[in-house]
Design a protein around this ligand. Structure first.
Ligand code: NAD
Length: 356
């Protein structure tokens, strides 16, 4: 395969972790006989410093003509001045809009070797393997909002809006993923209260019934889901939900594996490139120390191979390599629980050795 992949290292630990992921992509290309053309571009604070814009036009052009994008992280105290004209995060929001990335995928998987770092008991959390699909460009975060004067001061409102098409496209993606996994899809809503959730439920049920009859489908109310995630997380396979519910539930679920440094995410559109990144931020407290955990970014690379390049064997190999290094006891500081730890580059070396 010949593929163009854009790397957006960004700020803080971004360049350190993306350079390890780059080595992984180069090794996969060599091992499996592919040609990956990798180009690096600016986003976030470093782009503000270089040209005053957190998302320069040539970054957008490069992303548009690529098959996939791997992002490190953006932001940091240097650009935190509230009176500044623009902020690094604006670059991230704009690239998602420019590329129409409406589906955010977050796998939540526990690694057996690290399960004791989870705040939950081993017997509840071990073996958890959930893939969340959060709708990313609709719902209450993008509805109209406003304030009006009222007798007791002011009244504020936000509209929560979903159209049939918006629900259809994310449910389809999630159901396709369920077919590739354990064949179980759960849709989360608040249909006992919200009209928008009643439409969501109606559309989701129709799509799964008509197009994915082999998928086992159920619906759960969002308040119940918040409880189930910490009482019986192993019962879920693929979960699909709207923007705000997904925002809250994926953050709750990100606590299950016990470390931020291991969790990747992907954002996909209808066509065009997907954007892959770790869920953590730019960790300014670790930047420049060669101490950050590169595994979330390396796992984001595996998602990129699977979802944008359709290279599932290669993706499995990368995930397997990460599992091997964890089994062998390699730990960066964040997952060392006070024991011996290795550097970012040494962790990259260990993954490459396992891949080879
Ligand atoms: P953070 O995720 O950067 O850091 C939280 C804690 O986790 C810190 O103690 C950090 O050292 C640790 N950590 C994070 N990633 C790690 C890794 N790979 N290895 C080891 N330890 C790791 O969140 P924050 O401190 O709230 O934010 C720092 C900056 O990142 C802010 O400017 C914020 O706006 C930005 N941010 C960016 C993104 C993004 O680019 N997608 C997401 C979240 C936060």
């Amino acid at each position: 395969m010949d593929a163009h992949i854009v790397l957006l290292p960004g700020d803080g630990i971004g360049p350190e972790i993306v350079s390890q992921a780059r080595r992984v992509l180069e090794t996969v290309a060599e091992k499996f006989g592919h040609s990956f053309h990798l180009s690096e571009h600016l986003i976030g604070g470093c782009a503000i410093d270089a040209c005053g814009d957190p998302l320069p036009a040539d970054t957008v052009d490069a992303c548009r003509s690529s098959q996939a994008i791997l992002l490190g992280a953006v932001g940091g105290p240097k650009w935190d001045d509230p009176s500044a004209d623009t902020r690094p995060e604006a670059g991230l929001l704009r690239i998602r809009q420019e590329l129409g990335l409406f589906a955010n995928l977050r796998p939540i998987r526990t690694f057996d070797e690290l399960v004791d770092a989870s705040p939950l008991k081993r017997d509840i959390v071990a073996g958890t393997d959930i893939l969340f699909f959060r709708e990313l460009t609709g719902g209450i975060y993008f509805g109209e909002s406003g304030r009006r004067d009222s007798p007791d001061g002011q009244t504020a409102w936000n509209e929560m809006v979903y159209s049939t098409k918006e629900v259809e496209r994310i449910v389809r993606l999630a159901a396709q993923a369920a077919q590739q996994r354990r064949g179980h899809l759960t849709s989360v809503d608040k249909a006992n209260v919200l009209e928008v959730s009643r439409l969501w439920r109606q559309v989701a049920e129709r799509i799964v019934r008509d197009e994915f009859p082999d998928v086992q489908y159920d619906v759960v109310l969002v308040d119940a889901m918040a409880m189930h995630l910490i009482s019986r997380p192993k019962d879920f396979d693929v979960v699909v939900t709207g923007n705000m519910f997904g925002d809250i539930l994926t953050d709750e679920a990100s606590m299950l594996p016990g470390s931020l440094g291991l969790l990747p995410s992907a954002s996909l559109g209808e066509d065009g490139p997907g954007l892959y990144e770790p869920i953590h931020g730019s960790a300014p407290d670790l930047a420049g120390q060669n101490a950050a955990n590169p595994l979330a970014t390396i796992l984001a690379t595996a998602m990129l191979l699977r979802h944008s390049l359709n290279l599932s064997q290669e993706a499995d190999a990368v995930e397997q390599a990460v599992e091997t290094v964890l089994k062998a006891g390699h730990r960066t500081r964040d997952i060392a629980a006070g024991g011996d730890s290795i550097s970012t580059t040494a962790m990259g070396d260990a993954v490459l050795a396992a891949l080879a």
